[in-house]
Write a protein that binds this ligand. Structure first.
Ligand code: GLY
Length: 581
């Protein structure tokens, strides 16, 4: 087990949020060791890959009983909220990218949390106008945004589901009542978070024993409150969450949080909406790589990285060439520079979505990479159709939990969904059997830089910028890959690296997932500790990169759709499982 390393890195990070947060060597949810997983799973009809065996099984049961991918999504999310509660759940938000086989269309649902209507752009500033310390902001009510996941589940189900809503929630209700075994990963994460979990009596009494000690792996944990919440949703629909008793309990919990109350009100819950948005698609070597547009930076930044390396023969150079990694690393630095300047909730700021993926713009920027050493400096560019002077560079950070799952059903419908409560255990506030998110800390804590507004500043009703990158890759009008990962702003690098491995280097999903992680977000080149990347570090350093060998905790769950069937992989860095038939 390699659990403690990341948490101590987070602790060492210390007090204030500074200008280059996304470059800092912080891992998201902690590393908990590697599972043995070497071979991709193959199947003919349907497939599911999630971060937890009970969740994969819940989805597989739906798929094998004639449910479709959206039905399975509902069952999976309900189960993940129980068995992987630190990562996602009813108290969080999610993005769904969905391919509907009947109509041949690709769409997305935005279930991102919103800032309360009472929030202002100084939400995360001290009385003297300084950015708050990160965990002072996270723990308690201040960071809690209006949850979107329950509404996303219900909206997708109403649009595309075919099984009974109640039946899809039933397995998680039953499991919550019968109890589930605390996994080694959950036990390790609880053990690393005892002091923060103790700040909320409900979270403490659920995750810690009567003696105040963290629950060990293997504990049979019951969650009758979660069962009751799901039963209410099963019987009364999702309105039961956004109006009435549960909504009042959430608002009271947030506003009553000791020491750090928040602003979320019942009106915020009553007014919450899931938004259907066009996917953002980037061309890459005869593929269309489609993902989530703003408020996520995922689709645009993955698309920019691929667009910037497209002129170079990455396939010919191969995965063992240091030059491949120079190009990918510097493309990523350029893309992150644009991300920090331009991307936020496009319902509030004028994000140059088309400009950032404009082929001429990317070709110009790609020419910067035509060299043999690292770029000395990576600055934001001036994409077409931009009012560049309007925004200052962003300083927001993400220490997420988060989970990703991919599903393909019998009919060829495809779900790629990334789901989160942000930091591991979110705000640490637990109500009605689930944890509330701290998603608002994905906003920039600083609202202005030298008087220029930051695009991703807090505004009432706005959705914080995300890095989540649920992706469906299309070829000749058909889906060929469903992919995504948790990992904070590193999600973007994890997804881009996997797609390059599959498209350029012909790896199968499991081989792509197993590769050592290599991520460059705008600063040091993060290389995965405990892998041969220790040897890559000096070679990249000789090219001028700063390198950082560290735990890199992706959670990639990928399905490839080929003419000969489905091929799936699950990330050995988490506890996932692929099931197919
Ligand atoms: N909180 C993780 C993300 O949205 O990127």
């Amino acid at each position: 087990m390699r659990l403690a390393v990341t948490i101590s890195a987070i602790m060492a990070f210390g007090p204030a949020v500074s200008a280059q947060q996304t470059t800092d060597a912080i891992s998201p949810e902690s590393t908990t060791g590697l599972a043995q997983r070497t071979d991709a799973v193959r199947a003919q009809n349907w497939m599911i890959s999630t971060a937890n065996p009970l969740a994969s099984q819940a989805g597989a049961n739906v798929l094998s009983r004639g449910g479709n991918a959206i039905d399975a999504m509902v069952a999976v999310q309900a189960m993940l909220g129980l068995v992987e509660p630190q990562s996602s759940g009813l108290g969080g938000g999610a993005f769904l990218v969905y391919y509907d086989a009947r109509t041949g269309t690709l769409t997305t649902l935005d279930g991102r949390e919103t800032a309360p209507m009472a929030a202002t752009d100084t939400l995360f500033q001290t009385a003297s106008g300084e950015a708050m310390k990160f965990y002072d902001a996270v723990v308690g009510g201040r960071s809690v945004g209006t949850p979107g996941t329950p509404m996303l589940m219900a909206t997708a189900h109403q649009k595309w589901g075919q099984m009974q809503w109640q039946n899809l929630l039933a397995p998680a209700i039953e499991r919550a009542e019968l109890g589930f075994s605390v996994s080694p990963r959950l036990a390790g994460l609880i053990a690393n978070d005892v002091d923060r979990l103790k700040t909320d009596p409900a979270a403490a009494s659920y995750f810690l024993g009567a003696d105040g000690n963290p629950l060990p792996a293997g504990t049979l944990l019951h969650n009758p409150d979660y069962a009751a919440t799901l039963r209410d949703l099963a019987q009364n629909g999702v309105d039961a969450f956004y109006h009435g008793d549960i909504a009042h309990a959430i608002a009271a919990k947030v506003q009553g949080a000791t020491g750090n109350p928040g602003l979320l009100a019942t009106d915020d819950l009553a007014g919450y909406q899931v938004i259907e948005r066009q996917p953002v698609c980037a061309s890459y070597r005869a593929h269309e790589v489609c993902g989530m547009g703003p408020p996520s930076s995922g689709g645009l930044t993955v698309g920019q990285i691929l667009g910037l390396i497209e002129p170079y023969d990455i396939a010919g150079m191969g995965p063992d060439s240091v030059d491949s990694w120079r190009l990918i690393g510097d493309a990523s630095r350029l893309a992150f520079a644009d991300r920090g300047r331009y991307i936020a909730d496009s319902d509030f700021v004028d994000v140059p979505v088309r400009g950032l993926l404009d082929p001429d713009y990317l070709a110009d920027r790609a020419r910067l990479l035509d060299r043999t050493t690292t770029l000395p400096d990576a600055q934001p560019g001036n994409p077409p159709r931009t009012h560049a002077a309007r925004f200052a560079d962003d300083t927001s950070i993400e220490f997420p939990s988060t989970s990703h799952f991919s599903i393909v059903d019998d009919w060829g419908n495809v779900v790629s969904m990334t789901t989160t409560i942000e930091n591991g255990f979110g705000s640490r506030l637990m109500v009605r059997g689930f944890l509330l998110n701290n998603e608002l800390t994905d906003f920039s804590f600083e609202s202005h830089a030298d008087g220029v507004p930051v695009a991703n500043r807090v505004e009432p009703g706005k959705r914080p910028r995300s890095s989540m990158a649920p992706t469906i890759v299309m070829k000749d009008g058909k889906p060929v890959i469903a992919a995504g990962s948790p990992g904070g702003s590193r999600i973007i690098g994890y997804v881009a690296q996997s797609l390059i491995a599959m498209i350029d280097w012909q790896m199968d999903p499991q081989q792509a997932i197993n590769q050592p992680r290599r991520v460059n977000r705008f600063g040091p080149y993060d290389l995965e500790a405990g892998t041969p990347d220790v040897d890559l570090a000096p070679k990249l350093a000789a090219m001028g990169f700063k390198t950082n060998v560290t735990d890199l905790n992706s959670g990639l769950h990928i399905i490839e759709i080929t003419e000969n069937g489905l091929i799936g992989g699950a990330d050995p860095r988490r506890e996932g499982l692929v099931i197919g038939e």
